[in-house]
Design a protein around this ligand. Sequence first.
Ligand code: MN
Length: 257
Amino acid sequence: MSSLSQFISDLASGAVRVVDLTQPLGPDTPVIGLPEIFAPSPGLSVKQISRYDDDGPGWYWNTITMGEHTGTHFDAPVHWVTGKDLPENRCDTIPVGRCVGPACVVDVSADCNADPDFLITPDRIEAWEAEHGRIAGGSWFLMRTDWSKRSDPASFLNVAADGPHSPGFRPDAVELLIERDVLGVGVETIGTDAGQAGGFEPPFPNHTLMHGAGKLGLASLTNLDQLPATGALVVAAPLRIVDGSGSPLRVVAFIEG
Ligand code: MN
């Protein structure tokens, strides 16, 4: 039997399961807040075209409007100025093969529960590697924070007088992941940088360094607590928007058992 035939058979038998890493997307889906001097990104709005009525007696459909970076979404390298001139850096030109890869899932949920500003460090990543093996090139690096369990938007955004507080990456941790040649990182928070990352050096290190290295981002994932540390296969392919900087998407993981 070929490996793909085996995979299809394992899917049918339940030996391989599909886990949905995607949040529901609706008008109440929170969007990232920016300082008022910058243009905001709109959340999702839905306008009905017809619903089995005079505008279309046999069919139902809607018009949707939203920013590209809404809900569970994909960040292309062109999203950041550091990635703007790279080849194959947009939603329509990234080879689809780069959207599929094994997942390395690092559980820092206890740290984030204790400290919402928790930042993952190279030491923490290397400790994970000592237990699970070196991160292979072409892997998705998924940071499990359990932040997706914050179902209330205010708690999810966690904005205080001095700005948002949510976990993320220390710059040297991003550098290590680039060295490992990951496909990109995936997080449960609204964006792939920590809430306070605007004040880091460099600012927004994950966006600045990862996209500058041609790597991808996945934000607002959920169900990372259902994944093993290694052994899951993740498919995260954005809409093929021409010149797109990112897109909402359905992210799925295949796991054993
Ligand atoms: Mn984004």
